[in-house]
Design a protein around this ligand. Structure first.
Ligand SMILES: *Cc1c(COP(=O)(O)O)cnc(C)c1O
Length: 343
């Protein structure tokens, strides 16, 4: 979801005298200001050190699944993957089309925890992981350790700005904007500058981090509207009290929901406590036959989007940055009410 204030700002832009941001050139002064300000805000909020480039790209996180090996691994080389759920598995499979991808750890098929240890190749071109597994609701509570010289690559799509992330411990961090930073179409990629042009490979220009860094992400037409909406979201974060406030809110939201799930015999979350997600929280009903009734009754209360991903079933609450406390409180009340009604 987007904050209501951001939606109002978009509506105002569309209905104003124009030309609107939807119409201006990506080479205009007006768009330059969007690009500069969004990068500056993101640098401050995420604590991105000077030695990192910040790119605003297209193709989703999925494009980065291919971009990672193409940019980091020389011909014939490989990369390590920690598979903790569906997205890190997809990243591994896609990387395998462009490099020798290796599974260093796999918590499947259930994906209820993060690995304590893994079989790291000290010569790997990178070690990739998903900080928060969106579908399985499994998150790394701390940055995984890497072998010196092996850049750590994080898919932060479903946790960016809602939980602390030590950028300086990573070589690359990427995140699709549509969950926490705005709308679909934009992917933010943060790359340590010494990793630009590392692989010596032929790379499609739109996936080439060095080429994109050299052109300020405007080698071709970027997703201007999605980029501008990300700026609106970042400005909203500033107004709310900054990145630390987003983290405080996310921590509070997840605590409320897990407390309700754990206190009940009717709902359950399958994930090991230390690896529980703060943003994407799956839960099951003791009686799975009542799932459809649950979803319908929830929708009648205005609680929508609770169906779990089709690959795992059950329910899932996505508590991204724009979710107010009231949204979680309403869900928690509904959980109790539905349980009582069925007792
Ligand atoms: C949603 C998601 C993706 C997929 O993003 P696309 O923008 O659809 O490519 C990848 N990784 C994670 C962790 C996600 O949550």
């Amino acid at each position: 979801m987007l904050p209501p204030a951001v939606l109002a700002r978009i509506a105002e832009e569309v209905s104003g005298p124009g030309p609107s941001l939807f119409e201006v050139s990506h080479r205009s002064g007006r768009f330059d200001a969007v690009a500069e300000r969004s990068e500056a805000l993101l640098r401050t909020m995420l604590g991105i050190p000077d030695g990192y480039a910040v790119l605003f790209l297209q193709g989703g996180a999925t494009a980065q699944f291919a971009a990672v090996p193409l940019n980091l691994v020389p011909p014939g080389g490989g990369g390590d993957h920690l598979v903790t759920g569906s997205w890190s598995r997809r990243a591994f499979e896609e990387a395998g089309r462009f490099a020798v991808a290796r599974v260093a750890a796999d918590t499947g098929p259930e994906h209820r925890a993060i690995p304590d240890a893994w079989d790291a190749d000290p010569a790997a071109g990178y070690l990739a992981y998903a900080v928060n597994e969106t579908i399985h609701g499994v998150a790394f509570p701390a940055t995984p350790a890497t072998t010196a010289g092996v850049p750590l690559v994080a898919d932060a799509s479903s946790m960016i700005l809602s939980r602390p992330l030590d950028i300086a411990a990573h070589g690359v961090v990427y995140a699709g904007a549509q969950k926490n930073l705005g709308v679909a179409g934009l992917t933010v990629v943060v790359v340590r500058r010494d990793l630009l042009a590392r692989s010596g490979r032929v790379i499609p220009a739109v996936l080439d981090w060095a080429a994109m860094a050299a052109s300020s992400s405007r080698l071709n037409t970027p997703p201007t509207v999605a980029w501008w909406i990300a700026l609106l979201v970042l400005e909203w974060v500033v107004e709310q009290g900054g990145a630390a406030e987003m983290v405080r809110r996310a921590e509070r939201r997840q605590a409320l929901l897990y407390a309700a799930i754990d206190a009940s015999q009717f709902y359950a979350n399958p994930v090991v406590e230390s690896a529980r997600s703060w943003t994407t929280i799956p839960f099951t009903l003791a009686d799975p036959a009542r799932e459809q009734a649950f979803l319908e009754a929830a929708a009648a209360e205005g609680l929508v989007g609770l169906r779990g991903h089709r690959s795992v079933g059950g329910m899932r609450a996505c508590l991204y940055n724009a979710m107010p406390d009231a949204g979680v409180t309403a869900l928690v009340e509904f959980l109790a009410e539905f349980e009582r009604a069925g007792a």
